[in-house]
Design a binder for this molecule. Structure first.
Ligand code: ZN
Length: 382
C-alpha cells in the first residue's frame, strides 16, 4: 500500500493566523460591529414577536428585510449579503437550540443573549466576496490579509470564518470538504498509552513522555498575571491592560500545548496501527484539586481527540477501553491481581510470578493487551 493512497473524502477545518495592516483590521472590526448590531436587532425582533403573538419570525423572513436595512443604514452596503444572512442563520440556530433544550427539559437552559463587543467575535463568508491568491486572502470591501500558511489548504472550501481573539489577533478558519484521507503504511502494530501520574504519558514499550518544562513556566506566568489582575480596580485602564496580559498568557499556553500534543499524536499515529487508551469519561470521575493536574487532564482529553482524528485520517484504529478491570493492579506478565497496591506504590513485585513492575508501564501494557483483544473481537464479529 502506498503511503499517500487516497481512500475517501472527509471534512476538515484549516486555521491560520491573519496578518495585515491596521486599516484592514479596522474594517474587519467594523464588520464585526455591524454583524453584532444586526444580531442584537434581529434577536429583539424575535423576542418582540414571541411576546406578542407567541410567534417565531423565521430567519428567511428576516433575510427579506436585509435590502431595506441597507437602504436605511448605508454602512451595511459594504458588508457582503451572505455574511449578513449567516448572522441571521446563526441567531436562528441559537434560538431553535434554546427551544429544543427547553422542550427536552435539560437542566440549564440559556435563552439567546444580546451580545456585547467581546461576545461577538466572528463572521462567516460563504461562496462569494472573497478570493484566495497564493498566501493572500482578499475580502471584498475589507482588503488583503496575509495568511500564515503552516500547511496547505486541502479539498474544497465551503465557508471561511474570520475570528478576532480576545488578544487582538485575527484568524481565518477554512471549512473544507472532499479532503482526501491518507493511509500510512505498516498497520497492525499496537501500543497502549496510560496517563502518567507525574509524566504526561507512559506507553506499553516503556517510553515516558514528560510534560514540557516550558508549559510549567507559562503556567507560573499566568498565575502571576492573574494575581495582578485581581489587584486592579474595576473599570480602570490598568485593569484592561492586566486582562489583556492574562489573555495573552492563556493564548501562549494554548499554543504551546497544542503544538506539543500535535507532535506527540503524529508520532503515535505514524508508527502504530492500533492505539489503545482508557476511556476518559470514566477516569474523569476521579476528583482532584491541583491546578497542574487538571491542566494535564484537560491536555489528555485534547490529546485523545487529536489521536482520534489523525488516526481516522490515516486509517489507524483508536481503541478506547472501558475501565472494567483495574489496569494498574493486574500483573501484565501473569494476570494475577495485586490487591494490596496503593496509589503511592510506584513500583511493585508480583507475588505470583516475581516480576518487578513500574506502575505506569505495567498499566500501559495491560491497556495494549485489552485493546488488542477488543480489536480482534470486533474483527471476528464482522
Ligand atoms: Zn505476575
Amino acid at each position: 500500500m502506498r503511503s499517500d493512497e487516497v481512500v475517501g473524502d472527509m471534512k476538515k477545518t484549516f486555521k491560520y493566523r491573519l496578518l495585515g495592516n491596521n486599516s484592514t483590521f479596522n474594517k474587519a472590526d467594523n464588520w464585526l460591529r455591524l454583524c453584532r448590531e444586526l444580531y442584537n436587532a434581529a434577536l429583539a425582533e424575535k423576542i418582540y414577536a414571541y411576546s406578542g403573538q407567541k410567534a417565531n419570525i423565521s430567519s428567511y423572513s428576516q433575510m427579506k428585510e436585509l435590502p431595506e436595512l441597507k437602504v436605511a443604514f448605508p454602512e451595511y452596503d459594504n458588508v457582503g449579503s451572505q455574511v449578513l444572512q449567516e448572522v441571521l442563520e446563526r441567531l436562528d440556530r441559537a434560538y431553535k437550540a434554546f427551544f429544543r433544550r427547553a422542550r427536552n427539559g435539560n437542566g440549564k437552559v440559556g435563552f439567546p443573549r444580546f451580545k456585547g463587543r467581546d461576545r461577538y467575535d466572528s463572521f462567516t463568508l460563504k461562496q462569494v466576496g472573497w478570493k484566495l491568491g497564493g498566501k493572500y486572502l482578499i475580502i471584498r470591501n475589507i482588503g488583503r490579509f496575509k495568511l500564515r500558511l503552516s500547511r496547505p489548504i486541502e479539498g474544497n472550501i465551503k465557508t471561511i470564518t474570520i475570528h478576532r481573539h480576545s488578544t487582538g489577533k485575527w484568524y481565518a478558519c477554512f471549512n473544507c470538504d472532499n479532503v482526501s484521507e491518507k493511509r500510512l503504511a505498516g498497520l497492525g502494530k499496537a501500543i497502549g498509552l496510560d496517563v502518567g501520574i507525574k509524566s504526561f504519558l507512559v506507553d506499553s514499550e516503556g517510553n515516558r513522555v514528560e510534560n514540557p518544562q516550558y508549559l510549567r513556566q507559562s503556567l507560573r506566568l499566568l498565575r502571576v498575571r492573574q494575581r495582578a489582575l485581581c489587584r486592579r480596580n474595576k473599570g480602570s485602564v490598568g485593569r484592561a491592560e492586566a486582562r489583556l496580559l492574562v489573555a495573552k498568557a492563556y493564548e501562549k499556553i494554548r499554543n504551546q500545548r497544542s503544538d506539543f500534543l500535535h507532535k506527540l499524536a503524529n508520532h503515535y499515529v505514524k508508527n502504530y496501527g492500533v492505539i489503545c487508551v482508557e476511556d476518559l469519561n470514566i477516569r474523569g470521575m476521579v476528583k482532584n484539586h491541583h491546578l497542574a493536574r487538571s491542566i494535564s487532564d484537560a491536555g489528555w482529553g485534547l490529546f485523545i481527540g487529536l489521536v482520534e482524528y489523525k488516526a481516522a485520517e490515516a486509517g489507524r484504529k483508536l481503541i478506547r477501553i472501558p475501565r472494567f478491570e483495574p489496569t494498574s493492579r493486574v500483573c501484565s506478565a501473569c494476570g494475577v491481581i495485586n490487591q494490596d497496591l496503593t496509589l503511592n506504590d510506584r513500583q511493585w513485585v508480583c507475588k505470583a510470578c516475581g516480576v518487578l513492575h513500574d506502575r505506569d508501564f505495567n498499566a500501559a501494557k495491560n491497556i495494549a493487551r485489552v485493546g488488542q483483544t477488543l480489536q480482534e473481537l470486533t474483527y471476528a464479529s464482522g
